[in-house]
Design a protein around this ligand. Structure first.
Ligand SMILES: Nc1ncnc2c1ncn2[C@@H]1O[C@H](COP(=O)(O)OP(=O)(O)OP(=O)(O)O)[C@@H](O)[C@H]1O
Length: 282
């Protein structure tokens, strides 16, 4: 499987046309996500110290670094699972530190998890609809029983199916997730994120556990999400080849701090990058 199936489209929400006072919209190429001076402590452990990064609209930004560098902590701070002790996070002008994890879909941010967080007994489309219902007015399980919510349920089913079609896995829509190949399950998780029509898609190690062939297809797919749907992507990734192939911008963390950043061709041969990874088990 390669990029986006062109016969279907899954429109992302347009940037806010009426931004809140004092905030700016983000036309293509402008900064969508800004993380500044982030510090996170877990008890006596300082996981992040004064970390900054930006994701520009319509770009793929990769967050890399050796084990324990603080990538997941930074990622979880943005997705509001971790509360920093200092710093600022802004998404399209909004103060994300005032938001909760449950608010992100409505703001236009979706994420996937390192360990697949799918319900094995539910079908593929049901799993995707769980993501769609985070935007809906009713819960997934209650939806089929309420008269007033039937049309919403139908609309979300159509959106879920469209997301599966974008990822070229609509043929398994009505199969249970259990037993499907791992590469397909990764796409199901992506579909579940896409169905909320995000502007920023956050992917936590999307290549983990994939075969070389699947990683190549993933690269094609992520580029297509950027180029054809205009999505911005922030990914934490250890697969260096994938990062260098698809990222527009790379931010390297080491020991909880910014080490260096730049375009892949600017940082690829930087001795600090090599040094940071020396001694790392991966
Ligand atoms: N919940 C926690 N409690 C205590 N320490 C934590 C917690 N989460 C992370 N840490 C510590 O914070 C530091 C950064 O961890 P983090 O998981 O963010 O790094 P990472 O770059 O994502 O690593 P990996 O590539 O191995 O996933 C490490 O020293 C880690 O042990």
């Amino acid at each position: 499987m390669s990029g986006i199936k062109r016969s279907f489209t899954l429109k992302t929400r347009p940037p806010d046309t009426d931004p809140a006072p004092g905030t700016a919209g983000s036309p293509s190429g402008e900064t969508l996500l800004t993380v500044r001076g982030l510090t996170v402590r877990f008890g006596g452990v300082t996981a992040l110290e004064d970390v900054s990064l930006q994701v520009r609209s319509g770009e793929i930004c990769a967050l890399i670094g050796p084990n324990g560098a603080g990538k997941t902590t930074a990622f979880n701070s943005v997705s509001r699972l971790v509360q920093p002790v200092a710093g600022a996070i802004a998404f399209d002008g909004a103060d994300l530190l005032r938001a909760r994890a449950g608010d992100l879909a409505a703001l236009g941010i979706a994420r996937t998890f390192q360990n697949l967080a799918l319900w094995p007994g539910l079908t593929v489309i049901e799993n995707v609809m769980v993501g769609a219902h985070s935007l809906g007015r009713t819960g997934f399980l209650g939806a089929p029983f309420g008269w007033g919510v039937r049309s919403e349920h139908r609309e979300l089913t159509e959106r879920a199916y469209a997301a599966l079609a974008v990822l070229a896995i609509e043929d398994v829509a009505f199969q249970p997730c259990q037993g499907l190949p791992f590469g397909t399950l990764r796409r199901v998780e992506l579909a579940r994120a896409l169905v909320t029509r995000p502007r920023l898609l956050m992917l936590d190690e999307p290549a983990a556990g994939l075969t070389q062939g699947d990683v190549r297809d993933l690269g094609t797919l992520l580029r297509a999400l950027r180029d054809e749907l205009g999505l911005s992507l922030l990914l934490v990734e250890h697969h260096m080849q994938l990062v260098m192939d698809i990222a527009d911008y790379v931010v390297v963390l080491d020991s909880g701090r910014n080490l260096l950043s730049g375009r892949p061709d600017e940082i690829r041969d930087d001795p600090r990058l090599v040094e940071a990874y020396l001694g790392s088990p991966r």
